[in-house]
Design a protein around this ligand. Structure first.
Ligand code: TRP
Length: 336
């Protein structure tokens, strides 16, 4: 049985999930979660976000959960929970600390980068401002993954090392204490569809060229009108393979729809008209999800209830497993 586990850190800028995330990650993972031969776990990694912008944590948790629900994640079919609602996770993290070599953590990219920056600054201690949660971040992440026996962990390239560390830690634990954990594998999203942004470069928060998925209708139209085009006049034939508008359109549309738009490019569709076509296409797909997102954002109680019920379901797995793990490390009652 494939167990796919996805964690998101609630540190996002408000409203910054963009249509590139939507077509590249959210839509495919929601579709995959409907496959009955896969167990899917989705969680908000809020313990990983302590030490960041504390005021954003709750709001970001609400936004991420509401987004997932709005695009169709079904909490009755998947596990959807908040990390901090599962006390067995930090408990496992501690136990894993006891089976993890310091040398392994010394090799973590994020920690090494922080130390390298200090070393490059004259007069600074190499460990200045390096907190223990940065240092043992990979161990908490290993606990997230190993607790639910995930086989596949879809992550960006920057997180690949962490999944490999989870695997190393699991292997060592299994060797020391007997077969306990399933060895996870990272699924790297290199083949994830990316979309061009407003300026034609890859759509990315860091370029500030994004179209937020849940932008209101007016805002969506305004942003689509800003997408860069060349200076070809109406009536002049245009090349779909050299057009951000077309690229975004095809990510939303079925093949036949995209082919018929390609024909209109050859016939010289005006950029203004194409922008209108694109706006309508995106809006048609997003509008129901946007309405649901707005409804959920106005009803945090409902989202909270979904998360709590999700935690109860997840704990039905984590409670018995932590008992087994404690027993493995001989943390046991005196008598049964
Ligand atoms: N570290 C991940 C990130 O920054 C988030 C995360 C925490 C995660 N725990 C996880 C991802 C477990 C996958 C599995 O993006």
């Amino acid at each position: 049985m494939e167990v796919v586990l996805t964690g998101i850190k609630p540190t996002g800028q408000p409203g910054m999930l963009h249509i590139g995330n939507y077509v590249g990650a959210m839509k495919p993972s929601v579709a995959a979660s409907r496959n009955p031969s896969v167990h899917s776990y989705f969680f908000i990694a809020d313990y990983h976000a302590i030490g960041g912008d504390a005021d954003k944590l709750a709001r970001s948790t609400l936004e991420i959960t509401a987004s997932w629900l709005a695009v169709g994640l079904d909490p009755n079919k998947v596990m959807l929970y908040r990390q901090s609602d599962i006390p067995e996770i930090p408990e496992l993290a501690w136990i894993l600390h006891c089976a993890t070599a310091k040398g392994l953590m010394n090799r973590a990219h994020a920690y090494k980068a922080a130390v390298a920056e200090n070393e490059a600054t004259p007069g600074r201690d190499p460990d200045q401002a390096v907190m223990m949660n940065l240092y043992s971040y990979p161990i908490l992440m290993a606990a997230d993954i190993l607790m639910f026996k995930a086989t596949k962990v879809p992550v960006g390239r920057d997180q690949k090392q962490h999944v490999e560390m989870a695997r190393d830690i699991a292997q060592r634990f299994n060797h020391n204490f007997g077969e306990t954990f399933v060895l996870p594998e990272a699924a790297i999203g290199d083949n994830i569809a990316t979309l061009p942004g407003l300026d034609g470069r890859k759509m990315s928060k860091s370029y500030g060229n994004v179209i937020p998925v849940f932008a209101g209708e007016k805002e969506l139209r305004k942003l689509v009108m800003k997408i860069k085009t060349n200076s070809l006049e109406p009536g002049q034939p245009k090349d779909p393979s050299d057009s951000a508008l077309y690229e975004i359109y095809s990510a939303f549309a079925a093949e036949e729809e995209a082919a018929s738009i390609a024909k209109r490019y050859a016939e010289g569709i005006a950029w203004g008209e194409m922008k209108q076509v694109l706006f309508e296409r995106i809006n048609a797909e997003i509008a129901p999800a946007r309405a649901e997102y707005e409804r959920l954002m106005a009803n945090p109680r409902e989202v909270e209830d979904v998360l709590r019920q999700g935690a109860e379901k997840a704990r039905a797995v984590s409670r018995p497993f932590i008992a087994e793990i404690r027993d493995r490390v001989r943390v046991r009652p005196l008598v049964r």
